[in-house]
Design a protein around this ligand. Structure first.
Ligand code: KIV
Ligand code: ZN
Length: 374
């Protein structure tokens, strides 16, 4: 069973999500929670971005957490110095490598890009600090150039390379192929960073792992630039279901998701996989009937709600059936015979047909009126 390392970038790429800005004390709370969750690396921020960012990274780096702390830097001495001054364990240097980004941003020749990257890696390593290197926009970069630049930084002593799908255009088969080729070409560990522009971040991350990636970059709740990054909770649960090991304590997944939701103010949709309110909820009569007998009938089974710190819910609604309504009422202490149950079920459906979301409280009110208790 292969162990896949989890590199969390909620506090860096996650915070780059429009509308999210975390004060230092919130960043510290999240870092402590990520450490409790068991992530291997916390990318705490981009130390040269601002004074506050530098202070936050430095404070997190000095908390004495088990996770390694990483800081982002462009391939320039000024950025690298700031990251090292912030006491990080890993400096993550990056440079654009795709034609479109090179042309409109750094405007350097391929030789210059390789040289800047090698110099940056050697500079980080000369300080006795670990180094990760990213070829930004790797999935839109020519393969020959990618192989060349990654080989050059490997020879310069980089500890791990990251392959970012910066604009989320990878697809699982293509990304698998790309990681496989890089794996055959390189000897350093490979990490991947997938964005979710086409909703494929989890699938692409998983494809990369199948192709041999050693580490995955994720964010809690999938926060991040534009449509976000690969969500930690989805990637970790999927890896578990497919027989890979991580160091994540999955029972804290929901707790972590809720904390990040509260501190960032970014609400999760109810149908969010693994951690959403409805991830283990059942309304339709056929499903609820099956689940009441054996939850595996209408759930993946390999992941139970308890394993991720969630709860299974059988809910009412116009699709509800007799069994689940009876079970909800019995759990709440109501005793109903078959005849009364039929009337209650009928009234629930009538309410649902009017477009009303039927809650447990609505059900109890109906039951009490039918049972003559009000
Ligand atoms: O998406 C991206 O390319 C990044 C890099 C800084 C790794 O976030
Ligand atoms: Zn990114």
């Amino acid at each position: 069973m292969r162990t896949i390392k989890v590199f969390d970038t909620t506090l860096r790429d996650g915070e780059q999500m429009p509308g999210v800005s975390l004060p230092v004390n919130y960043k510290i709370q999240i870092a402590k929670q990520l450490d409790k969750l068991g992530v291997d690396v916390i990318e705490a921020g981009f130390p040269s971005a601002s004074k506050g960012e530098f202070e936050a990274v430095k404070e997190i780096a000095n908390l004495g957490l088990n996770a390694k702390i990483c800081g982002l830097a462009r391939v320039v001495k000024k950025d690298i110095d700031q990251a090292i001054k912030a006491d990080v364990d890993i400096v993550h240097v990056f440079i654009p490598t795709s034609k479109i980004q090179v042309e409109h941003t750094i405007k350097k020749t391929p030789d210059e890009i390789v040289q800047l990257s090698v110099d940056a890696v050697e500079y980080v390593k000369s300080h006795g600090v670990e180094c990760m290197f990213s070829a930004m926009d790797a999935t839109r970069t020519e393969m020959d150039f990618l192989k060349r630049i990654y080989k050059a930084v490997e020879e310069a002593g980089v500890d791990i390379i990251n392959v970012p799908d910066t604009v989320g255009i990878a697809t699982p088969f293509r990304f698998y192929d790309m990681i496989k080729k890089l794996k055959e070409h390189l000897n350093v560990p490979i990490d991947v960073h997938c964005h979710n522009d086409f909703g494929l971040a989890t699938a692409n991350t998983y494809a990369a792992v199948l192709a041999g990636a050693d580490e995955v970059q994720v964010t809690v709740n999938g926060l991040g630039e534009r449509a976000g990054n690969a969500p930690l909770e989805e990637v970790v649960a999927l890896l578990y279901a497919e027989g890979f090991k991580t160091n994540i304590r999955m029972e804290y997944l929901v707790e972590t998701s809720r904390l990040v939701e509260r501190l960032t103010g970014v609400k999760m949709p109810p149908n969010k996989p693994i951690v959403g309110e409805n991830a283990f909820s059942h309304e339709s009569g056929i499903h609820a009937h099956g689940v009441l007998k054996d939850a595996r009938t209408f759930e993946p089974g390999i992941i139970t709600p308890e394993m991720v710190g969630h709860k299974r819910r059988i809910v009412v609604g116009k699709h509800a059936g007799r069994h689940q309504i009876k079970k909800i009422l019995e759990d709440a202490g109501y005793v109903v015979d078959d005849e009364k149950l039929s009337i209650i079920v009928q009234k629930v459906k009538e309410l649902g047909d009017k477009g009303k979301k039927v809650t447990d409280l609505d059900l109890f009110a109906i039951a009490e009126s039918v049972l003559g208790e009000v």
